[in-house]
Structure formats: C-alpha cells, structure tokens
Write a protein that binds this ligand. Structure first.
Ligand SMILES: C[C@@H](O)C(=O)SC[C@H](NC(=O)CC[C@H](N)C(=O)O)C(=O)NCC(=O)O
Ligand SMILES: [Zn+2]
Length: 165
C-alpha cells in the first residue's frame, strides 16, 4: 500500500490525508490529495488483501494533472519508478504541452502544463460510446455544465468537458 502512496507523494506532491484498515473486510484504503477531502478532489487508493494485479480496461482514459513544468515532473516520475508513455510535447493539434505517465498499477495521468492551478488534479478522461447521451447524463444527473467540445476529425475524436457550474 505505501509503495502506491509513495508515487503520489514523491511525484505529485500530494499528502497522505488518512488511511483506514478494515481487516474484517480484508481491505485498506488511503486518501491522498492537496487539501482536506471535504473541499477538494482526492484519490482513494484501495488495497484488497492479497490482490496486486487489476485490469484497468480501455474505457478509463486518464486523470488530468496540471503541473508547472511537465518535463520536470516527467523526470520525477522516471526517478520514482513510474512509466512515461508519451514524452513532453505540445498536444497533437494544439499548443498545450502534455505528457502521459503511469503509476505502478498502470493508472494513466495526463500531465498538462498549466499553472497556477487551484485544483492540480483537474480532470478525468472517460471514453464513451455515445457522447451526446453522456453529456446529457452528466448535465441532468450530476448538475454539470457543458463547458466546451473539441472536434478533431483528423484524429477522429470528439471531446467534451463538463464541470460543476
Ligand atoms: C485537450 C487535451 O486535454 C487533451 O487531452 S487531447 C489529448 C489527445 N486525446 C486524444 O487523442 C483522444 C482520442 C484517443 N484516440 C484516445 O482515445 O485517447 C491525445 O491523446 N493526443 C495524443 C498526443 O500525443 O497529443
Ligand atoms: Zn485530455
């Protein structure tokens, strides 16, 4: 468990906010973030006793993490045993410098060079089969607002961004 936490602490500058061990249910979880979880997005890592491998699947895209210097963070990731799957460079079709990295469990993070960032852990990318149906769901069920869409026909993608109003 601590190995997983160490990556987030050393590479992303997060704090271990709390850990809870539930032996009768055979799991431990750890909450990591930048500020108390009652006001900010946190990552909840769950360790199920004896399980050290998971299939993340292809629908989960990645977490977006705003950083001041993508290249510097990539070096930290390499030093701390993380994996870099796409070196720092402007995003294809755009100008924002991004990189893609993975933690030890294979969870993917897009490092986005955007600073200052009041909420460094800033977005999550989910692949969906029906964009309009999903936009409607997040608007109606979660009260989110469609901020913008980005159509990249040359890359055959359409991205939409929702957020709390
Ligand atoms: C807008 C910015 O936050 C982005 O993240 S776009 C990044 C871009 N995304 C895609 O290409 C999505 C489609 C892809 N087939 C998928 O399912 O992930 C991306 O990953 N660009 C690659 C690059 O090297 O720039
Ligand atoms: Zn993205």
């Amino acid at each position: 468990m601590y190995g997983g936490c160490r990556f987030y602490i050393e590479c992303f500058g997060m704090k271990l906010l709390r850990k809870r061990d539930i032996p009768e249910e055979r799991y431990t979880n750890a909450f990591l973030g930048y500020r108390p979880e009652d006001s900010r997005f946190v990552i909840e890592l769950t360790y199920n006793y004896g399980l050290d491998q998971y299939d993340i699947g292809t629908a989960f895209g990645y977490f977006g993490k705003a950083v001041e210097d993508v290249a510097k963070t990539v070096e930290l990731i390499k030093v701390n045993g993380g994996k870099v799957t796409r070196e720092p460079d402007p995003v294809k079709g755009g100008t924002t410098v991004i990189a893609f990295v993975e933690d030890h469990g294979g969870y993917k993070f897009e490092l986005i060079e955007r600073w200052p960032a009041p909420e460094p852990l800033c977005q999550v990318m989910l692949r969906v089969g029906d964009l309009n149906r999903s936009i409607k769901f997040y608007e109606k069920a979660f009260g989110m607002e469609l901020l913008r869409t980005r159509d990249n026909p040359e890359y055959k993608i359409n991205i939409s961004l929702d957020a709390e109003p």
